[in-house]
Design a binder for this molecule. Structure first.
Ligand code: ADP
Ligand code: 5GP
Length: 206
């Protein structure tokens, strides 16, 4: 296993559904952010425009449950009545190769990742207001009235968890939220514990 300062860094983003995580993450990836994005597995159905393998790996309930039995997931959770999970093997390979990895997962998953990887950087994205969140969910038009009510109730609960995350970003204007995220990635890469190898040649014995 490579020393900690040569491993990639793990970034975990959580936000209630509809805040704009996917929009922001697509924006930073299209700008060429040097990060691997972990494509999650889920048992929910694809939305219009979602591409299997790019947006999610869409699994049947049986496939997901046998993945749980086989220890395939770094973390998994029931979210809005469906299974969601992160493939652990792929993440470990990237980290060992020194690549930084971004996970977009809910608060239950984020807690599990923080236990397994205490040095992971956790980021919570907030909407500018609950009214704005409701408007965005309605505007996206991908959920039924019933599903929207479930997601809004879940949003109120999830926001209560924001206090234990390392960073909080408010998604008012997409470009500004994306710039905040890029700033977080950049500053984390300058952390002292990750730069010690670079300092070593300057350390003169007295
Ligand atoms: P999430 O991935 O968090 O569920 P999405 O990225 O799908 O959310 O965004 C939900 C909806 O809100 C989409 O229709 C998106 O275009 C819109 N949206 C995202 N960010 C903003 C923003 N800053 N201002 C206004 N609308 C936004
Ligand atoms: P959506 O169905 O809107 O794409 O996602 C619903 C919620 O599931 C979001 O909060 C999203 O972050 C979360 N989610 C997506 N992938 C995973 C995952 O792999 N694990 C966990 N725990 N949550 C996930």
């Amino acid at each position: 296993m490579p020393p900690q300062d040569q491993r990639g860094q793990l970034f975990v983003i959580s936000a209630p559904s509809g805040v704009g995580k996917t929009t922001i993450i697509r924006s930073i990836l299209s700008e060429g952010a040097s990060l691997r994005f972990s494509v999650s597995c889920t048992t929910r159905l694809p939305r219009q425009g979602e591409i299997p393998g790019r947006d999610y790996h869409f699994l049947s309930r049986e496939e997901f449950e046998s993945g749980i039995q086989a220890g395939r997931f770094l973390e998994w959770a029931h979210v809005h009545g469906k299974y969601y999970g992160t493939d652990g093997e792929q993440i470990e390979e990237w980290l060992i190769d020194g690549e930084d990895v971004l996970l977009d997962i809910d608060v239950q998953g984020a807690r599990q990742v923080r236990c397994a990887h205490p040095q992971a950087h956790t980021i919570f994205i907030l909407p500018p207001s609950l009214e704005a969140l409701e408007e965005r969910l309605r505007g996206r038009g991908t959920e039924s009235r019933e599903q929207m009510a479930t997601r809004l109730a879940a949003a109120r609960r999830e926001i209560q968890e924001a206090h234990w995350y390392d960073y909080i970003v408010v998604n008012d204007v997409v470009q500004e939220a994306a710039a905040d995220l890029q700033a977080i990635f950049r500053s984390c890469r300058c952390l002292r514990r990750l730069q010690l190898e670079r300092v070593r040649p300057y350390l003169i014995a007295h």
